[in-house]
Design a protein around this ligand. Structure first.
Ligand code: CA
Length: 473
């Protein structure tokens, strides 16, 4: 008797912001194949990461725990591959499991993928063209280059896994794209898109960081000013005034970003076509997400890390004809730590006791449990390294966001040990959706600040994280 549990195809890209997907109302591109998932399934409007950077978000997804629990707080703290993950439970219960593409949780015997029947991963960030992959061997692993374009290759490997599968058992497949991560190198097929047009600019491209904590102005991720020649594939005219430099750099940056996104979209289409052709679409859960959001010129920036909306929000669309109504939209707050218990529930398995996320399987049927979360906890640990972003934590409710830049490495590996006076920010997301006006010191919001700080500290205690020693209120 074949195992009737659903297959799960988990497609995750790297640094793909929701506002570069047409199903999320993008003003700058079209993603027809990603839109198929949203149109035939559910679009989550409020899916957030708990730490907006690659390695930590990936560890949170696999383990269902926050980074102070799984130990993967920064890019330098690689995941111990003996940790329990939902994939290991799926495999033990009879799923055939595969992982292809970007892993970015460390290399070597202590960090390479475990819990997968088959895998092949990029070392570290990996390359766009003719990338080297790490393949498992009898005694460990070996590296081999694979000719071609990385997004096509990862999809080819995923399709090979599907073709070779045992059709009597369900599968769980992670198809993890490198794209659209820096340095945004398009393939030949998409290199000529947008050549003779200007991409619309985001409303905050010329942000001057007035009335924000000093962290915003200190960040080194501005269009043109902090780009490298490799990012823009040309020399950077640093003699331009900053406003003109941003305007110029934005076009070069965003066009390459959207070109690599177009390749992802095509390749997602190939996977969806395969499911259709094999009659698998009905009983396969298809997810498309990204490890965090990204600044697409918003606030004049590229990159992520901040708790600001563009970086905090993960695109998350999910199709499951047997269990999700087509064209549905969900506004409830879901987090990357929720993925693990959700997929376990869909496979008829209980969550692991240590998992901190909560299954959102009921939301798929349009039922929100009455005690579903109304606020979430966030923490970015990697103080200063790479883009001079200060370490911070905070809470977001549906309406407000409170951020505390404690601005201290706290001895965390991968951080720079230089601390600053902590600062708070509070945004009213209803009145100020672009987060330009920090109202934390406004006397008329004094009571609100007290309430939100208490909520932040409650969330922090709830997940077992520690408050910074100068966060005394
Ligand atoms: Ca990433």
């Amino acid at each position: 008797m074949p195992d009737q549990r659903p297959n799960i195809l988990f497609i995750m890209s790297d640094d793909h912001a929701a506002h570069a997907m047409s199903c999320y109302g993008s003003r700058i591109n079209q993603t027809p194949n990603l839109d198929r998932i949203a149109d035939e399934g559910m679009r989550f409007e409020n899916c957030f990461c708990t730490n907006s950077i690659c390695t930590p978000s990936r560890a949170a997804i696999l383990t269902g725990t926050y980074n102070h629990i799984n130990g993967v707080t920064t890019l330098s703290t690689h995941m111990d591959n003996r940790l329990p993950t939902f994939v290991k439970d799926l495999r033990a219960s009879g799923y055939q499991t595969g992982m292809f593409g970007k892993w970015h949780l460390g290399q070597g015997a202590a960090h390479e993928p475990t819990g997968f029947d088959e895998w092949a991963v990029l070392p570290g960030q990996g390359l766009y063209h003719n990338p080297t992959f790490i393949f498992p061997t009898e005694n460990g692993s070996e590296k081999r280059p694979v000719p071609g374009y990385v997004t096509d290759i990862i999809t080819d490997m995923s399709l090979d896994f599907l073709r070779a599968r045992d059709s009597e058992r369900p599968f769980f497949l992670m198809c993890h794209h490198k794209a659209p991560h820096r340095a945004w190198e398009p393939d030949e097929k998409h290199a000529h898109m947008y050549l003779n047009e200007d991409i619309p600019e985001p409303p905050t491209l010329y942000d001057e960081y007035a009335n924000r904590a000093s962290a915003a102005e200190a960040a080194e991720m501005r269009m043109g000013l902090h780009h490298q020649p490799l990012d823009l594939k040309c020399e950077i005219p640093h003699d331009l005034p900053e406003r003109e430099l941003r305007k110029w750099a934005y076009q070069r940056y965003i066009k390459d970003y959207l070109r690599v996104v177009a390749s992802i979209d095509d390749n997602v289409g190939r996977l969806l076509d395969y499911l259709d052709a094999e009659g698998l679409a009905e009983n396969t859960v298809v997810i498309y997400t990204s490890d965090q959001g990204f600044f697409l010129g918003d606030h004049g920036w590229y990159d992520k890390r901040f708790m600001y909306e563009e970086s905090l929000r993960m695109p998350y669309i999910m199709r499951y004809p047997a269990g999700i109504a087509a064209g549905s939209v969900n506004q409830d707050m879901v987090l990357n730590v929720d993925f693990a218990p959700t997929y376990l529930e869909l496979a008829g398995l209980p969550p692991q006791p240590a998992m901190q996320g909560r299954s959102f399987a009921p939301l798929l049927a349009g039922e929100c449990p009455p005690d579903w979360r109304e606020s979430m906890y966030y923490r970015y640990w990697m103080h200063k390294t790479h883009h001079n972003v200060y370490a911070h934590y905070g809470m977001r409710s549906h309406r407000y966001k409170l951020i505390y830049y404690y601005a201290d490495a706290l001895g965390t590996a991968g951080s720079i040990d230089e601390s600053y006076t902590p600062e708070w920010e509070l945004f009213d997301l209803e009145a100020d959706p672009y987060e330009l006006n920090n109202i934390v010191d406004d006397p008329q919001h004094a009571e609100l600040v007290v309430t939100l700080k208490a909520e932040l500290h409650r969330l922090q205690a709830d997940v077992g994280d520690e408050r910074y020693h100068l966060d005394v209120n």
